[in-house]
Design a binder for this molecule. Structure first.
Ligand code: PMP
Length: 419
């Protein structure tokens, strides 16, 4: 451990909660240097929806590398890029009636968001982006400006401006319609707030604590955007690629965003890869106006294409996520019922699930206990008061049951410890 403490920056974070050195991983398990297995219910913060080292994706990658195909190519035309675009169009865009153009920004989620914000401002000629309480969109300055987390914002060192904060679904008292505030602001010429260029939203706020927007709320938001010519940006970086069931998390609500941000599990293999999808009329970029060296990493095109072929030719993954999601929900409710005085809340959609506690200390202790028992779990929420479950979508029923029984034990142990 010494080399990390002596040499790596203080900014390191996840490793602090999981003090082990990891050497191997396979499907839903990751192994430390002593060979101890951990069930991974974090899945690379949603970057490993298809598990670790999926054999079909791995073989596609090995073959590609062994045959000396192109690895780096800026945004030149390559066979691997053509393969990805054709497969993405055939299996994802067309069946959903989407005709969005595919922009390759840099390879991370925040790159996809920056591109979205920039094109929204360029297209509308307006500067403000509306965003929601408890949102998370990334760490670069534009994305950070539309992110809620106070500690992360503090790190910016400059004012984070040109945004408008709005209450997310159910943020207020439950009796005030949440979108009323936005409607009033933009319809009152004396509100002092100009019309935003766009609204950026997560359908389920991942880092914010697995806060789920209802389909009705999302539809009302999409309608309001349309009525006032504000662009709707859905940040599907964490909830896309099947995390909530369908490929895109907004499909259930039946809305069509103007712009969609995808990354994390898009490569399927944990390789860095992101896209920003734009309705065709928004694609008014000048060539090279939004540039970058690592846009379109060919090995990621190859594994992404293999993942689409493997998981999105039929609806079996979608159905599995729905069934396993309700199994996790049932079990979390059972655990919550064991602790009627803990102020628990169980929420989520698909295989993005959460158990929150009134006392923000509990969730952290639950995660530490789970680690000791061989389960990786992370906290989320503004005060880290939420235990978040993001197992790979390919996790078996038995593995889910094993993990959930460790969650139950870890909650019991945490409450005893904190009593
Ligand atoms: N948007 C959402 C919804 C996210 O969850 C994240 C990452 N947690 C990001 C954007 C930023 O992605 P990245 O860390 O790859 O920049």
């Amino acid at each position: 451990m010494r080399v990390f403490e002596e040499t790596e920056s203080q900014v390191r974070s996840y490793c602090r909660g999981w003090p082990a050195v990891f050497v191997r991983s396979k499907e839903s398990h990751i192994y430390d240097e002593s060979g101890k297995p951990y069930l991974d219910f974090f899945a690379g913060a949603g970057a490993l929806n298809y598990g670790h080292n999926h054999p079909v994706l791995k073989n596609a990658l090995i073959e590609y590398l062994t045959d000396d195909h192109i690895v780096h190519s800026l945004d030149m035309y390559t066979e691997a890029k053509a393969g990805f675009l054709e497969t993405f169009r055939e299996l994802i865009l067309r069946p959903r009636g989407l005709d969005h153009k595919v922009q390759f920004p840099g390879p991370t989620g925040t790159n996809a968001v920056e591109a979205a914000l920039k094109i929204a401002r360029k297209f509308t000629g307006r500067t403000t982006i509306a965003r929601f309480t408890n949102s998370f969109h990334g760490m670069t300055l534009g994305s950070l400006a539309v992110t809620g987390n106070g500690a992360k914002r503090h790190g910016a060192g400059v004012p984070l401006e040109h945004t408008l904060t709005l209450p997310f679904d159910q943020y207020l008292d439950g009796s005030t319609p949440d979108l009323l505030w936005l409607r009033r602001l933009i319809e009152d010429s004396s509100s002092g707030v100009g019309l935003p260029a766009a609204v950026i939203v997560e359908t389920v706020q991942g880092e914010g604590g697995i806060n789920v927007a209802s389909p009705e709320w999302l539809r009302a938001l999409a309608k309001l955007c349309e009525e006032h010519a504000m662009l709707l940006i859905v940040d599907d970086v964490q909830m896309g690629c099947g995390r909530t069931g369908p490929f895109f998390s907004f499909e259930e609500a039946g809305v069509v965003p103007d712009i969609v941000c995808l990354s994390k599990s898009l490569s399927g293999y944990g390789l860095p890869f992101a896209v920003t999808l734009l309705k065709p009329e928004l694609d008014i970029w000048e060539p090279g106006e939004h540039n970058g060296t690592f846009r379109g990493f060919n090995p990621a095109f190859v594994t992404a294409t293999a993942a689409l072929e493997e998981f999105w030719r039929d609806t079996s993954l979608h159905e599995r996520v729905a069934a396993h999601g309700s199994l996790v929900d049932d079990e979390l409710r059972r655990i919550a019922a064991e602790h009627p005085d803990a102020g628990t809340d169980v929420r989520g959609r698909g295989l993005a699930r959460a158990l929150s506690f009134d006392d923000p200390m509990v969730a952290g202790v639950v995660c530490r206990n789970a680690f000791e028992r061989g389960l990786l779990l992370e906290t989320a929420g503004s005060e880290d008061e939420v235990v978040k479950l993001l197992p790979p979508l390919t996790t078996s029923r038995e593995e889910l049951e094993t993990g959930l029984s460790i969650v139950g034990e870890s909650v019991r142990a945490a409450r005893k410890e904190l009593a």
